[in-house]
Design a binder for this molecule. Structure first.
Ligand code: ATP
Ligand code: MG
Length: 336
């Protein structure tokens, strides 16, 4: 079926990026809940048509369980819209942005020892499952669709209640990429050093598949520690940040919380020279991912409780939100 705006009932706003807004919508003819992404562009109909045609390749992603499903694209006036699978807990950045050991009063304390929730971060087996899923998604895009993601970062890694990890927002449309030319690269960059220094800027393959491997490594560290891995001093100023990425040693996983195997896997993504970085095949063959695969095969089921972890994280997030609202209300109280 052809999607159009008349059939979509708008729900809450899910988030806002540099180029547009994502809204939860209900497709009334089918009853399917979707995420609608709106990208504001000032383009003529010919260009918009070209983008819609290029986005059509997204229909082929349904054969991968590590890529969000695509339902269709259309344009209204000068905006491009596309509908994708709605992932309820949303992007990983929103689920892990707490520091290890952080505490918050429990929202519904059931027993004495549950008065306070403690953020335990992302356990290694969960992190391995996330990392493995991301690599499988990226490998699928490259091998099956010939697509390089180009925007790997935690806001583009989505999770559902079953704990399945899926990628979104990859560069399938050259015309779309050109039209939203990154004038604003944001205050946190996941760009690999070779993209910043632009050594290969004028060659067609400037953005190689290994640039995505760098962004993958950086994203995994961010997911593990709950914050962008470069120190805040470095990202108060974008030029200082870019210089840090080029000059300093790459960030690492905290060795006190993750095994040497996990740390080594991440380090193999964050090699400064693009040719020295691990390939997707190597990343999948690595012990960090293989331990998870072997366990899953031996026990013939899901050995990592991804769904349970999602619940724990949501519970913590919910308590955090309630707590900060209570604090804000208390602070405002005397003013009333
Ligand atoms: P950028 O504009 O730099 O890509 P971004 O990825 O945060 O940044 P958007 O792609 O516009 O910006 O997405 C905004 C937010 O919407 C995301 O951070 C994510 O939390 C949420 N989101 C996006 N797609 C979905 C989806 N399919 N299901 C649920 N939430 C989503
Ligand atoms: Mg996005």
């Amino acid at each position: 079926y052809q999607l159009n705006m008349e059939d979509l009932e708008r729900g809450e706003e899910l988030g806002r990026g540099n180029y547009g807004t994502v809204t939860k919508v209900l497709h009334t003819p089918t009853g399917v809940t979707m995420a609608l992404k709106e990208i504001r562009l000032e383009l003529d109909n010919a260009k918009l048509n070209a983008i819609i045609m290029e986005l059509d390749i997204l229909h082929k992603t349904s054969s991968s369980s590590h890529i969000v499903d695509f339902y269709g694209a259309f344009f209204v006036e000068t905006c491009v819209y596309y509908c994708m699978e709605y992932m309820d807990p949303g992007s990983l950045d929103k689920l892990v942005n707490f520091s290890f050991g952080d505490t918050v009063p429990a929202l519904h304390p059931q027993s004495d020892d549950e008065k306070e929730l403690v953020w335990q971060g992302v356990p290694e087996d969960v992190l391995a499952r996330m990392a493995g899923s991301m690599v499988k998604g990226l490998k699928f895009l490259k091998d099956e669709l010939g697509v390089i993601h180009r925007d790997v970062k935690p806001t583009n890694v989505l999770i559902n209640f079953r704990g399945q990890i899926k990628l979104c927002d990859f560069g399938v449309s050259g015309q779309l990429e050109k039209s939203i030319a990154k004038t604003n690269i944001g205050c946190q960059t996941y760009m690999a050093p070779e993209r910043i220094s632009g050594e290969h800027q004028n060659t067609v393959g400037t953005y190689t598949v290994s640039s995505d491997v760098w962004s993958l490594g950086l994203s995994i560290i961010e997911i593990a520690i709950g914050q962008y891995p470069y120190p805040p001093e470095a990202y108060s100023n974008i030029l200082a940040q870019l210089k840090t990425i080029i000059q300093d040693d790459a960030p690492t996983l905290p060795a006190d919380r993750y095994s040497p195997v996990a740390c080594e896997w991440v380090a193999s993504c964050l090699v400064k020279a693009p040719t020295g970085r691990a390939t997707y095949a190597e990343l999948l063959e690595h012990e960090f991912i293989q331990i998870d695969e072997a366990k899953a095969q031996a026990e013939g089921g899901d050995t990592v409780d991804m769904a349970g972890w999602v619940q724990t994280a949501l519970k913590f997030r919910e308590a955090k939100v309630a707590h900060s609202q209570a604090l804000a209300a208390a602070a405002l109280g005397p003013l009333k």
